[in-house]
Ligand binder design. Structure first.
Ligand code: NAP
Length: 303
């Protein structure tokens, strides 16, 4: 147990913040954790499960905090930063967990006082569940957290945040914001859009074939439905704030899709086989890197 910050404030009390709170407690990383969410309902739930010291305003939560983490949807990061700015302690660090980095940096930076550090971050861990009851202490174990410090940031503040995330079980890397947004467009944002689309297509089909799509849904489609059950507000904000990179990757995706479509139409089995052999190797690489399990059906326990 090594305390990294005396007081940590979490703004937003959803999946990520609640997982952080449990992981902070597990690791003894802070003397106190305060939290705030905009609705009374969420604050009451957080109190009921004894998540952290829940405050009735963001200003109260951040008062005297050494680290403030914005755990709200990307589209409201700027407004929340503006709201808390007058109450930040001199020498404190503000960070965030937003899934997009360039837009968050642009929205939040103007409100950060000169005597406060700003170290944006993005933990590459999550589930399709939301809210304070969705969190669990091991969410970040052996997952990557990308720190995206802005130019001129005090390296001590970055090192301290790194130690904090490592204490929560994460592996930490530092990345440039634009590169982050492009990488995440490939690994997360566009795959989510594809899942949303596929489930939408199947839903249209369901109207024709009654309940067959649900009844006979095999592992592939079930995984799409799991991803497509992700929080609509969070994902709307991700696409609106990472427009450029997602559109670039979507452009490449549709080109490849048309290419495979042509291979199917022309009966080009070699092309399909070669393509699927290449993609299978990528899956093996992910398992070798410890970022997934090779258990059949992704290790799901049958109930
Ligand atoms: P979530 O479970 O939906 O929680 C969002 C929280 O933000 C809720 O407590 C909500 O309060 C609060 N909130 C929204 N607007 C607010 C405002 N104006 N002021 C104060 N609180 C506000 O979301 P999450 O999954 O934890 O995601 C939070 C952030 O983490 C997002 O930026 C997302 O991009 C990022 N992220 C998510 C994942 C993932 O897989 N879910 C992974 C990595 C990063 P109410 O409940 O009162 O509405």
């Amino acid at each position: 147990m090594t305390q990294v910050y005396e007081k940590v404030a979490l703004i937003g009390l959803g999946l990520i913040a609640s997982s952080m709170s449990w992981a902070i407690k597990r690791g003894g990383l802070a003397g106190q954790v305060t939290g705030y969410a905009r609705s009374q309902e969420t604050r009451d739930t957080a109190r009921r499960i004894d998540l952290c010291d829940v405050c009735e305003s963001a200003a109260d939560a951040v008062k005297d905090a050494d680290l403030v983490v914005l755990c709200v949807p990307v589209g409201v990061m700027g407004a929340v930063a503006q709201e808390i700015a007058p109450y930040l302690k001199s020498g404190a660090t503000v960070s965030d967990v937003g899934s997009v980095k360039r837009a968050v940096i642009e929205a939040v930076s103007p409100f950060i006082p000169d005597d406060v550090h700003f170290v944006p971050a993005h933990p590459l861990a999550g589930t399709e569940h939301s809210g304070p009851e969705a969190g669990f202490a091991s969410l970040f174990d052996n997952r990557w957290n990308l720190l995206v410090p802005v130019e001129g940031t005090d390296p001590t503040a970055v090192d301290r945040l790194r130690a904090f995330w490592e204490g929560m079980g994460a592996n930490v890397d530092v990345m440039d914001p634009d590169h982050h947004d492009l990488v995440l467009a490939v690994t997360s944002h566009v795959p989510h859009l594809i899942a949303y689309t596929m489930v939408g297509v199947a839903d249209d089909l369901r109207r024709v074939t009654d309940s067959e799509v649900i009844k006979y849904s095999a592992a592939g489609f079930r995984d799409f439905t799991r991803i497509a059950a992700s929080d609509p507000t969070m994902w709307r904000d991700v696409f609106l704030s990472n427009q450029e990179a997602t559109l670039e990757i979507l452009g490449r995706f549709t080109e490849e899709l048309f290419d495979l479509q042509r291979a199917i139409r022309t009966g080009d089995g070699d092309k399909l086989h070669q393509y699927f052999t290449r993609t299978r190797a990528i899956r093996r690489g992910i398992i070798q890197a410890g970022q997934d399990t090779d258990a059949p059906d992704f290790g799901r326990v049958k109930k």
